[in-house]
Design a protein around this ligand. Sequence first.
Ligand code: SF4
Length: 482
Amino acid sequence: MSINILNSNKNDVKDAESLKQLEFIEQAKEKVAALEKNLGRKPTACVVTFGCQMNARDSEKLLAILKLAGYEEVETEDADFVIYNTCTVRDNADQRVYGRLGQCSNFKKKNPHMKIAICGCLMQEQSAVEKIQKSYRFVDLIFGTHNIYKFAELLNTTLDSDRMIIDIWKETDKIVEDLPVMRKYPFKSGVNIMFGCDNFCTYCIVPYVRGRERSRSPKDIIRECEKLAADGVKEVMLLGQNVNSYGFDFEEGDSNKITFAELLKMVCEVEGIERVRFMTPHPKDFSDDVIDVIAANPKIARHIHLPLQAGNNEILRRMNRKYTKEQFIDLAMKIRERIPDVAITTDIIVGFPGESAADVDDTIDVIKQVKFDNAFTFIYSKRTGTPAASMPDQVPEEEVKVNFDKLLKVVQDTAKEQAEKLQGRTERVLVEGVNEHDAALLTGRMSNNTLVHFPGDEALIGSFVDVSLDECHGFYYMGTMR
Ligand code: SF4
């Protein structure tokens, strides 16, 4: 199934900055063509993504530009152009990037034409940029999250230069529309609805590296969804760090000022879009309106990811989450009552400064009451520059480990119990691909985000089919097509 690069044609592009970037792609094309002649083969490019869905979406834009410039995409970092799109949420994410960079230097020794770029959240931290300048001199280009839209221009400069180019902006209020984008899947796509975050949870670096909340105009979002639908996309995922505060940043009286609930309704009306997901809402802003819109609209996936983080009120206060354990439980129960069949998943951090075993029991109590369908559990990771990093009572590693294991067991038992409830039902699934372990099976995703594997023909990839759920294997099902 071939995938088109959207916004690669000047006639489709309205934004002046994007038109300028298309010019830079034209210039880069000539340089890549010269390189091709010199190498006697097509130059190759590899984009390595760390972190969240927002980064994955950014990588699709980077890859589109490289392809338009004439590079061929490859999976290996032994390529002519490699970009690391970094994440900084967890400490080990940095370490992984540095490890990969070290390996990449060996490829560069063999290939003098190779260019290495590094971008993303980690590059918004001055200490990380200094480390690369000092210890990884072979890197050719460093840029950040705020000027990613200038990648075509930076690519063009890098192709002409032997020096390390560094372009990091502290912030931006700009949203550039219509950048070229190459989707990973022909049938589903992420759609950014806003950038940045205003919440300042005390453990999180995002507000410092991604800046303040900036919402895209509803008109631009709908236009993008329409283009995607025309290009064969059936499922969209609306992306933002805090999607339910969408539109809060527009002035009163601005015609763009609509709520997330209204936006959801508008996206559902786009012809051709058959399923709508969103990631991530913040519990404090989850309005009744949003619940009502989901309940009334079968196109909206029966899956809500609602990050709890902790279940103890004092820990929640110190995390600056702005809700209590009781408020969270009430919200989750209301969602379960109004949207039957919904799956609620969550994120939980264990080992936040000052968290005792009794505090973790409060979190376990929430898991048992809400019955999360799944949870991503993390050990607290100290991020330099966040308020929590300098809190005095950091919990010893051993203690965190014991609490983490205890909590994980409850998460797994609850998730299994929840999954088993679906046994014997028939669900509509979007076929996403051939099973990774058995080529005779297809893998499909249900509205509630659970995967099911079943025998079927590859030609069904990208379509919706009905599958009966025959056998529960913990987090996934084996099924038969109806
Ligand atoms: S809501 Fe909190 S955890 Fe999420 S991105 Fe914003 S500051 Fe970080």
